[in-house]
Design a protein around this ligand. Structure first.
Ligand code: CA
Length: 753
């Protein structure tokens, strides 16, 4: 008999499918890491209300206009709700304006603040809500280039809304009959003079009264509809006790494009609930790319809060034109181009884990990103290293090549590798006009001596180590694409790490032009030849050749003993050339894990290096220990700066049981997963599953592994294997298996064999 499929059966099936689709967004706490200040950071994040990789994000503002600490958890007053793009408190922000509801018109940002408490706050990616002590309620739900906000004023009270034009040039025009404000802001260091972020605000309630103001003297002009200049803003009055919804969107291209972004993203949304539900669906799909099961609710909250933050950077900087195709205002040449562009990241942080994670779960976007890097080079004259949104050249290294080589190694073919190598060669052979990481600082000496000398160049040993890794990435890309010319160029300098290793102290050290080691060496001294770290942290920055490093250090025993020492030596600090405690030092001391400084990037891959030296179980132990000890989903949830998704991506990869020690090889080194089951839903439709049914807080060691049913002894897995889909099954135990993963073939990639 043929079963009859009725509409009712279909309805039931549909509901069952919906029930299976977990509400992952509910696990995310966007307040994670917000309890931060200048001297001590627990993340330096803000409660970002946004869609994945969204162009504009929204947040409540507790800090003054222009302050990098835009939202600090320990404060109890909010002065506005702003459009934001910040990477980290240290970068401040750009293209900001804010809105603030009130019952009495007070424009001064210091006087209009309203008290609130966290118990009256909801902080989710798709929805932020706060009720002030004065009973005014603000709600925000995001779109990619805008937001839907609602301000609910108490019955009987007056209903004002102030638009603050932030700390530089701005312009506003009020359209009272259309219940609309249009305008622009032009603020932020990397947002060059004359560039504009055009906004449009469409209200659903009639404007009763209005005026403009400026935020330097806080003077008000009633009934004025337009203003342009430093910090110019607007205010509106609505009927008493109103509930006002406003849809807003912004564009870097034109006011017309801002209208188009609004119409396309929010036009059909009758109310905020629609935008909120749409945003929840987008996030559940994005977070559903990795489904974790069989861990505590707290661990899931940490995982999805980290995965959320890993899914914010880099930001889409392109917009969809009237013809449905992507266009962008280039932050490099200030012109509008067809195609995709991304910005807001510092590769020094993010080449390590954030981009390797994106390559795995955002493959299509990652391909667009690689072409955007080459386009950025053509428009800027230099490959990006720290974009915010234009090129800042901050930090050290030329790590764009790490992204490009890694993408190619993972089968992403969206760019011309010859163009990428030409761009990198230009980067590696020249010093750019601004910033230490714009081109190569100390390039002449690096090429002549094989290292960057100290003290002629600051942070020189860190630079030598990272240049050598970057040169390896150039070599890799050349090798994978059969480019003999560039193989010849980069095959020698990729070993330059050897030139800054001092066998007598068994540390990487500063070295002078005369070949002499920098005197009075102390491995706990920060700065000098190192970047935001000391010799304990930089010892391991030989991503491309851990085996070669092991040889330099006298073999496996010496190497693993030194890894052990990182955790067992005292957590003491010598401030060195910094002249005082910087927050990274304070965070290392607080973590109380010896010289292990997970709050900053240089050492973040270190726990995985035992895999290269015959003690993989120690990688498993330490990876789990760092995850459990240094992360949670609360306002104190990070061990230091989060840094554009990097510190979150470390957690996301580690919690799956893998980590990207050497981007450019397509390998992920094994650690120990946090969950009994992890399913990666790949964009190619396949699933890769990591099963560890006996996993628990105690059972952190891998005693046995099978891959697609066959015994698996390797301490790594390749991107290609993951991409095919399959099951990596791990038997977990509370005792290490000291026989697994010891063979040479089991060890992850190293240049030296
Ligand atoms: Ca950092």
């Amino acid at each position: 008999m043929k079963p009859k499929i009725t509409f009712f059966t279909l309805l039931l099936l549909g509901q069952a499918a919906l029930a299976q689709q977990k509400d992952l967004v509910s696990y995310v706490n966007t307040l994670q890491g917000t309890n931060s200040k200048h001297e001590l950071t627990r993340g330096n994040t803000y409660p970002t209300t946004a869609l994945p990789f969204g162009m504009h994000t929204w947040t409540p503002q507790t800090g003054k206009n222009g302050d990098g600490w835009k939202y600090q958890y320990f404060l109890d007053k909010i002065r506005g709700f702003q459009q934001a793009h910040q990477c980290s408190s240290w970068t401040r922000d750009y293209a900001v304006f804010s809105l603030m509801p009130m019952s009495e018109l007070v424009v001064d940002e210091n006087k209009r603040e309203a008290k609130f408490s966290h118990s009256n706050e909801v902080a989710k990616p798709n929805y932020y809500k706060v009720e002030f002590d004065n009973k005014i309620v603000t709600e925000i739900s995001p779109s990619e280039r805008g937001a839907h906000l609602r301000f609910s004023y108490p019955a009987g009270g007056k209903s004002y809304l102030v638009l603050d034009g932030y700390n530089r040039m701005s312009g506003v025009t009020i359209h009272p009959k259309e219940n609309k404000i249009t305008g622009y802001v032009s603020n932020g260091q990397g947002f060059k003079r004359g560039w504009k972020s055009y906004f449009v605000l469409q209200f659903d309630q009639p404007i009763v009264a209005y005026g403009t103001w400026e935020n330097k003297q806080n003077t008000i002009k009633t009934d004025s509809t337009t203003a342009e200049g430093l910090g110019k803003g607007a205010y509106l009055e609505f009927k008493a006790g109103s509930k006002v919804q406003v849809k807003t969107a912004s564009s870097y291209i034109s006011p017309e494009q801002a209208e188009l972004n609004l119409k396309r993203e929010l036009g059909a949304d009758k109310n905020l609930e629609v935008t909120k539900a749409k945003a929840a669906a987008v996030w559940n799909k994005a977070l559903g790319k990795i489904v974790v099961e069989g861990g505590s609710e707290a661990d899931k909250a940490t995982f999805y809060s980290c995965f959320f933050r890993a899914s914010l950077f880099s930001r889409k900087f392109y917009e969809i034109g009237a013809d449905g195709k992507p266009y962008y205002f280039s932050p490099y040449d200030g012109k509008v181009h067809p195609g995709h562009m991304f910005t807001d990241t510092g590769f020094w942080d993010t080449f390590r884990a954030q981009f390797p994670l994106n390559s795995l779960v955002q493959t299509e976007m990652h391909g667009q990103y690689m072409q955007a890097l080459i386009d950025a080079y053509k428009q800027c004259g230099w490959l990006p290293s720290w974009s915010f949104p234009s090129e800042g050249g901050s930090m050290i290294g030329n790590h764009a090549i790490s992204l490009l080589a890694d993408a190619w190694a993972k089968g992403i073919r969206t760019f011309d590798p010859k163009e990428a190598l030409d761009a990198y060669y230009h980067e590696a052979m020249n010093k750019g006009p601004w910033g230490p990481a714009n081109g190569r600082d100390g390039v002449k000496e690096y090429n002549e001596l094989g290292y960057v000398p100290y003290p002629k160049y600051r942070e020189s040993t860190a630079k030598t180590l990272e240049y050598a890794y970057d040169d390896f990435c150039g070599y890799q890309l050349a090798k994978m694409t059969g480019n003999q010319h560039y193989i010849d160029v980069f095959q020698k300098p990729m070993y330059n790490y050897r030139n800054v290793y001092d066998a007598s102290t068994r540390f990487m050290r500063g070295k002078g032009i005369d070949g002499q080691w920098t005197a009075n060496f102390d491995p706990i001294e920060w700065g000098g030849p190192f970047t935001e770290g000391n010799a304990w942290h930089y010892q391991w920055s030989v991503f491309q050749d851990t085996k070669g490093l092991i040889k330099l250090m006298g073999g496996d025993q010496n190497f693993t003993a030194k890894l052990d020492s990182v955790f067992s030596v005292p957590n003491k600090v010598k401030v060195g050339t910094y002249g005082g405690m910087i927050h990274e030092m304070t965070e290392m001391v607080m973590a109380n894990m010896g010289q292990y400084a997970h709050g900053n990037q240089p050492i973040q891959h270190m726990v995985y290096l035992y895999n290269y030296a015959g003690q993989p179980w120690k990688s498993q132990f330490h990876a789990r220990n760092v995850m459990s000890k240094l992360y949670d989903a609360t306002e104190n949830g990070y061990p230091g700066d989060e840094d554009q998704g990097q510190t979150s991506s470390w957690y996301v990869l580690s919690a799956m049981g893998i980590y990207s020690v050497t981007p450019g090889t397509g390998e992920y080194v094994l650690g120990s997963p946090m969950f009994k089951k992890v399913t990666i839903n790949l964009e190619n439709g396949k699933k890769f599953i990591i099963e560890a049914p006996d996993n628990s807080k105690e059972n952190v060691y891998i005693s046995k592994a099978t891959f697609n049913g066959k015994p698996y002894g390797k301490n790594f897995i390749t991107h290609a294997d993951i991409n095919k889909g399959g099951v990596l099954k791990l038997e977990m135990s509370n005792k290490p298996n000291m026989q697994r993963g010891l063979a040479e073939d089991d060890k992850p990639f190293s240049l030296s064999k």
